[in-house]
Design a protein around this ligand. Sequence first.
Ligand code: KMH
Ligand code: ZN
Length: 309
Amino acid sequence: MHDEKTIITCAITGGMTVPAQSKHIPITVAQIVEEGVRAAEAGAAVLHVHVRDEETGRPVADLDLFERVLTELRSRTDAVLQPTTGGGRNMTVEERGSVLRFRPEMATLNAGSMNFGLFPVARRDLPFEDWERDYLEGTRDYIFKNTFADITYLAGLMQAAGTRPEIEVYDVGQLFSLRQLVRDGVLTPPFNLQFVLGVLGGIAAEPDQLLHLLRTAQRMFGEDGFTWSAAGVGYPGEFAMAALSLVMGGNIRVGLEDNLRLRRREAATSNADLVAKAATLADLFDRRPATPAEARTALGLKGADAVGF
Ligand code: KMH
Ligand code: ZN
């Protein structure tokens, strides 16, 4: 029987959506912080953080914004704060990695390059600003770049910062890339995997795909070689993957970064709504949200006092 605790990560705002898609997407520092605090109160032990231009809502890698969000969140919650190194479109790997100067406990590390298709969203009848339509349409000819050199570079920054990577895995082939990075000493098990399913260009958010990812990782790294979590993108993918992960003993990620709907025909009005639904789902499977302290132990983190913000 697996551990009753499940680590709920809340992905607060992300870099995949544009504000026209939902008025509930947090944009300003104050909104991102408030949403994070409420998500932690609802049961999230880890907060995954992106930042956006406060005027336009465009995803950015602005260090001042990151510093304000991380500093204010730290003063209001003991949840683990996990900034992205994935960023958003058109950010260089140096820009993406610059957030590590804050020496967070954890940060994302994306395990491979891929197409990252957001363009179908541009077909929706929404009041897009010009930049929003360009941002979405431009993903027809966009590669989310994470070469072996990029991964090695970012992993080196994390090593120096005492930051544990959460390795984002979007397709099963990326697990074979990880195996090479382990052989080369770039990454060392046990590590933390986040299976991300449902990105157009990555593996689909379907049960057999999650099982394939998990079984492949287990064969490759051993059951004790990694902790794992599942993040489904879109609806119903987010909660389908959460449900299967809960049954399989995994951790889960929910949040407006990945999914804007609470139910088939009901928009999510906050991250806390999504976290509360995840916590209810956990309870149905005899699981409960891990506390931040339990998450730090399970994920091998250095503690909030060792961060640089
Ligand atoms: N946007 C998610 C699909 C990252 O920020 O580094 C993946 C993600 C990765 O959150
Ligand atoms: Zn992200």
